[in-house]
Design a protein around this ligand. Structure first.
Ligand SMILES: Cc1ncc(CN)c(N)n1
Length: 242
């Protein structure tokens, strides 16, 4: 009989011993299925996603990426290993430089001016996800922060790669799909996974448990983010507050 939390699967079943990432992939298997099957992503994949929905997503995502980038920059300052620090610093830059450049292209293509974008309120889900990342960056142990940012890499690569199978060159969202199915992005996902796995094996059981909770919370927010874009989520209180 084992007494080590690290040797217990995150769902509480004794037995299955894998890396932290293997455990997380198993634990979120149903959620990943729901992400791939979400109408936003199936329509994104077959190119039928309405522009309004995608534009709403792009505006929200630009705001999310600012928070994500800050969380990564904080991870860089908190990393003890210089190679990890460089990885998170580089990723913080990429989130703002490359991903937001992708957004800028779509915003221009859709003829969305700065004023139009400013008129779209940050959705409750976008704010919740961004706030969760920033709170984790500022208050949680560094391994928990590494786990919290991992789904942002891994899930996007998984979705981008799956959509690549369906997308031809004339696909309206080809650039989005290419960004997240790019081998360079896959390499950064592998690095984020390997850092997180290493931290999970060297930390104490309670922190590893908290890493699992942070990973699953962020993965849940990923589903919620696409769902909120699909429904163009607004504040139920908007009628009283402008
Ligand atoms: C909500 C969200 N999550 C992740 C990613 C990929 N960095 C993104 N652009 N947006």
């Amino acid at each position: 009989m084992t007494s080590s939390i690290a040797a217990i699967a995150p769902n509480g079943d004794a037995g299955a011993q894998g890396t932290f990432c293997d455990d997380m992939w198993q634990r979120t298997a149903d959620l990943m299925g729901a992400i791939h099957d979400h109408p936003f992503n199936t329509a994104l994949g077959d190119g039928t996603l309405e522009r309004d929905r995608f534009a709403f997503y792009i505006v929200q995502d630009g705001r999310y990426l600012e928070a994500f980038s800050k969380a990564l920059a904080t991870a860089s300052t908190r990393a003890a290993d210089p190679a990890d620090a460089a990885f998170y610093a580089q990723s913080a830059h990429t989130a703002l430089a490359a991903e937001r450049m992708l957004h800028a292209g779509y915003i221009e293509e859709f003829g969305l001016g700065a004023e139009d974008a400013a008129g779209i309120a940050t959705s409750p889900t976008c704010l919740a996800y961004a706030s969760f990342l920033q709170a984790t960056a500022l208050t949680a142990p560094y391994p928990v922060l590494a786990a919290a940012v991992l789904p942002c890499f891994w899930i996007y690569q998984d979705v981008g790669t799956a959509l690549l199978q369906k997308a031809g060159p004339e696909h309206p969202y080809q650039k989005w799909i290419s960004t997240y199915s790019d081998p360079a992005f896959a390499a950064s996902v592998e690095q984020a996974k390997s850092i997180t796995d290493r931290l999970a094996t060297t930390t104490d059981p309670a922190t590893r448990e908290a890493m699992g909770e942070a990973y699953c919370r962020a993965a849940a927010y990923e589903w919620m983010f696409w769902d909120s874009a699909w429904h163009r989520e607004s504040w139920p209180t908007a009628r009283w507050l402008s």
